[in-house]
Design a protein around this ligand. Structure first.
Ligand SMILES: [Zn+2]
Length: 254
């Protein structure tokens, strides 16, 4: 069995559980090394309803929740960058990308997962990490980029964006953009890992559990809709591109 490595690049604690919790748990359970970089501690989020902590304690509480979620999902390598929640659009972009390049060169993943251009919910931090991760995917492979990091370059074979098919968005009257169904590269059925995704979302990220995706749907329908995770293959490096995939690691030899 090859040593498969997957790296998620996200903005806030809970993005990983809500959006790709099933896929992280799936590949971890199949023996892949699953790494995660989260840019902020989510301190602009809610303290919970009713509040479970003070605002002052929220960064520490959310970091603890994130670590619990990682344990539930099987993420064994977590990096939290020292950015403030809600500020990513104003930070030094080159330096921010440098942190992601450093993570990519250290982890040397086969696959990077991040937000699509709509940032799932149009959250500015989500859109910034989408842009920065896309830049870092290429720059990490460029020996002339960020030489001060003193790391070997790494060409990650595949960059995927998380997405939702427009048909689902329409069916559930989701208020954020979807992607045309025929553009979606892969729809992964994550039902075997839905228990882990639920536990990470509801029980680990307790302060955020009152406000969840597809809240307009009845609970069973919500989790049915969240039982498939959709991805768009945005870019490849050093491998042939296929538009017909059954698995994120398809086409990768390691
Ligand atoms: Zn977020």
């Amino acid at each position: 069995m090859m040593n498969r490595r997957l790296l998620g690049l996200f903005a806030h604690p809970d993005d990983e559980s809500r959006i790709v919790g099933g896929v992280l748990a799936k590949y971890a359970s199949e023996g892949a090394k699953v790494s995660l970089v989260v840019a902020t501690r989510g301190e602009a989020g809610s303290c919970g309803e009713p509040p479970l902590c003070t605002l002052e304690d929220l960064p520490r509480v959310r970091e603890r929740e994130l670590r619990e979620a990682c344990a539930v999902l099987g993420v064994t390598d977590l990096t939290i960058l020292e950015y403030r929640d809600g500020t990513l659009a104003t930070v030094d972009r080159s330096k921010f990308i440098g942190h992601l390049v450093a993570a990519i060169r250290r982890v040397r993943p086969h696959i990077i997962l991040t937000f699509g251009p709509e940032g799932r919910t149009l959250h500015p931090d989500h859109i910034v990490i989408h842009e920065a991760a896309t830049a870092a995917f290429s720059l990490a492979a460029d020996p002339g980029a960020y030489p001060e990091l003193r790391q070997f370059p790494h060409a990650t074979p595949k960059l995927y964006y998380t997405t939702f098919p427009q048909s689902l968005v329409d069916a559930i009257q989701w208020s954020f953009p979807g992607q045309p169904d025929n553009e979606i590269t892969i729809a992964l059925d994550i039902r075997p890992w839905i228990g882990q995704k639920k536990r990470a979302t509801n029980e680990a990220h307790r302060t955020q559990a009152h406000d969840q995706p597809f809240a307009n749907l009845p609970e069973d329908e919500r989790w049915r809709a969240l039982s498939t995770e959709y991805f768009f293959l945005a870019a490849t490096q050093g491998i042939a591109r296929s538009n017909q995939e059954d698995d994120l690691f398809d086409g990768i030899e390691a």
